[in-house]
Design a protein around this ligand. Sequence first.
Ligand SMILES: C[S@@+](CC[C@H](N)C(=O)[O-])C[C@H]1O[C@@H](n2cnc3c(N)ncnc32)[C@H](O)[C@@H]1O
Ligand SMILES: O=C(O)C(=O)C[C@]1(C(=O)O)C=C[C@@H](O)C=C1
Length: 243
Amino acid sequence: MSDSRDDIYAEPLGSPGLFRFDDKVAQVFPDMIKRSVPGYTTIVAMTGLLAGRYATAGSRLYDLGCSLGASTLAMRQHLHFDDCLIVGVDNSEAMLSRCRSVIDTDSHDTPVSLVCADLQDVAIENASVVVLNFTLQFVPVEQRDAIINRIYNGLKPGGIMVLSEKVTFEDPHLDALNIDLHHQFKRANGYSDLEIAQKRSALENVLLPETLAQHKARIAAAGFGSCDVWFQCFNFASLVALK
Ligand SMILES: C[S@@+](CC[C@H](N)C(=O)[O-])C[C@H]1O[C@@H](n2cnc3c(N)ncnc32)[C@H](O)[C@@H]1O
Ligand SMILES: O=C(O)C(=O)C[C@]1(C(=O)O)C=C[C@@H](O)C=C1
């Protein structure tokens, strides 16, 4: 996987424009996400462990918003059945074409099918595991209920959904603290104040975080019996939901 350094927002841009998963972002994505999301490496690795535990023979595992396939590869490493299928979905062709080459260089056996599509249009069937690692946050809020409902309906009984998101806090003090700690994390990883400010502006109205309570309410309304946070660092959290 290419690890070119992310310097997309390093120079002053008249207007940073809207953040998009285009070729420029795809080129630096592994570096960008590691330096931007506290706990990313742990979340991806543990997604693999969870998948290994919940995958059942003959079932499908979905990686929704697969980008370059980090979670797909983590899951593939932990599968004990050779008749599973991993379905990676992303609506960015720039991401998916790179993802294809990443998967091609991986030596594990489970077949991987990569689909260029919007989450809204993807059928979820015969699933034991559905992963959304930092994807739902980019979907318009009004479309989110339908997606989570479809995931619930496509999961087999005993299946798991892993949902990782940037979150916001109802308490304004905690919200400000966690945003500030996240920016400190980015600074410690070599991003300048200009890079942080320009990316923040580009993500405005593109990445729409919700509170953990909003996520949990949506997940419960879809029918999931058990759901809780298994990982959190500042304003980034990951939940598991069990059918
Ligand atoms: C932050 S990245 C996900 C990172 C990835 N899951 C990982 O663990 O490395 C978000 C991805 O979701 C994709 N995406 C955003 N909105 C989408 C949608 N409506 N349908 C399909 N993919 C979407 C983007 O193209 C991008 O590749
Ligand atoms: O919130 C931010 O500042 C981020 O950079 C986070 C985030 C994400 O959560 O997906 C935003 C865009 C990129 O995909 C990488 C990281």
